[in-house]
Design a protein around this ligand. Structure first.
Ligand code: NAD
Ligand code: IPM
Ligand code: MN
Length: 368
């Protein structure tokens, strides 16, 4: 039996709550003969409390050695005052950068049962199935200089730097076009070439790669502000949206609400394929954060985290039947009206985080 090594990094706030539900699912697959081996480590504020860093070198080494990392969420008001370099979010950024996870796939699917759970009208979101391909290791998140200095006149000056190179844009563009070819053959590239040099380069490179390698796929360029508006106005016009690190962060939170809740959006953060082994580094993380406002109360929706594990089944382990079964189990649980508060409709009784995890395991059992 092949073994699949998973590193679980539950993190802070609702991270550990939603990770516990994934562990139930992993346990169920293991009982059915899939060889998952799991290890757990600290990241974020919980790592800071124990070690005064947001992730230890030892945890980084474990992440590097794992076949896939499952990441919960980090951050929270408890760590507002810690030095910038060791804030909880820095642990996630280090994982992304050092593992080379440049491609972040954020699918936004409106499950049929949730067409009325969105804050938008049913007809706007019903049947929605789009993917945001977010560049994850470049742009303003990592550009230098990045500093906050006090000037001679006593004022402070803060600088963040947006940087992209041709190669960084080329590789994320290819991920987006490859994905679109397996879907509805359309890529919308989003930047601000009207005000940013990185936007100008982004548009040039995407157009060149399109012409040279993917001319059979439809390409459009959409300025990022317009893209945000179009996502709310008519999201079904999109198939694959490719965009930079910061715009991708913002556009994906918008896309989350089209599906009913931020608690519904999974993601996969992938590295380049190793030409020798065909393997790629991967970390699977819900799009949401640690949700301090609901943490510790059993209210969190675990579906974004469970769906992220579903993406691991698909992208890291090639377990396509298992991934399909998990998707079906989630859809059936939602259709049966078993929902956390964020997606429970009017007059519907909301259940807790654990109830949703238990119901999905029960449904997996029923489907097999
Ligand atoms: P958030 O995503 O944590 O929460 C935003 C809102 O969505 C809150 O009202 C929250 O209750 C709700 N929400 C989020 N996930 C939910 C779920 N699974 N079920 C039900 N409701 C859910 O964003 P925030 O409040 O701006 O950030 C809180 C902390 O999380 C910050 O420290 C931030 O840096 C961090 N953060 C971490 C990640 C990550 O670890 N990947 C992502 C985003 C934010
Ligand atoms: C996300 C988060 C992260 C980001 C933070 C926590 C660093 O918001 O994954 O969407 O901005 O990338
Ligand atoms: Mn975000």
């Amino acid at each position: 039996m092949a073994t699949h090594k998973l590193l679980l990094l539950p993190g802070d706030g609702i991270g550990p709550e939603v990770m516990r539900e994934v562990e139930k699912i992993v346990g169920w697959f293991r009982k059915r003969g899939v060889g998952f081996e799991t290890e757990t480590d600290l990241v974020g504020g919980s790592a800071y409390d124990a070690h005064k860093v947001s992730i230890t070198d030892a945890a980084m080494a474990r992440a590097d050695a794992a076949d896939a990392v499952l990441f919960g969420a980090v951050g929270g008001p408890k760590w507002d005052g810690v030095p910038y370099e060791v804030r909880p979010e820095a642990g996630l950024l280090r994982l992304r950068k050092e593992l080379g996870l440049f491609a972040n796939l954020r699918p936004a699917i409106c499950y049929p049962a949730l067409a009325d759970a969105s804050s938008l009208k049913r007809e706007v979101v019903e049947g929605l199935d789009i993917v945001i391909v977010r560049e994850l290791t470049g742009g303003v998140y990592f550009g230098e200089p990045k500093e906050l200095v006090t000037l001679e006149n006593g004022q402070q000056r803060a600088v963040d730097t947006q940087v992209y190179t041709t190669g960084e844009i080329e590789r994320i563009t290819r991920v987006a076009f490859d994905l679109a070819k397996k879907r509805r053959n359309k890529v919308s590239s989003s930047e601000k070439s009207n005000v940013m040099k990185t936007g100008v380069l982004w548009r040039q490179v995407v157009s060149r790669i399109h012409k040279a390698e993917f001319s059979d796929v439809a390409l459009e360029h959409v300025l990022a502000d317009n893209c945000a508006m179009q996502l709310v106005k008519n999201p079904k016009q999109f198939d694959v949206i490719v965009t930079d690190n910061l715009f991708g962060d913002i556009l994906s939170d918008i896309a989350a609400m089209l599906t009913g809740s931020l608690g519904m959006l999974p993601s996969a953060s992938l590295g380049a394929e190793d030409p020798q082994t065909g393997k790629r580094k991967a970390l699977y993380e819900p799009v949401h954060g640690s949700a301090p406002d609901i943490a510790g109360r059993g209210l969190a929706n675990p579906i974004a985290m469970i769906g992220s594990f579903g993406m691991a089944l698909r992208y890291s382990f090639g377990l396509l039947d298992e991934a399909d079964r998990l998707d079906k189990a989630i859809a059936n649980v939602l259709a049966a009206g078993i929902r956390t508060k964020d997606i429970a409709g009017p007059g519907m009784n909301a259940v807790g985080t654990q109830d949703v995890g238990d119901a999905i395991v029960k449904e997996l059992e029923a489907l097999s």
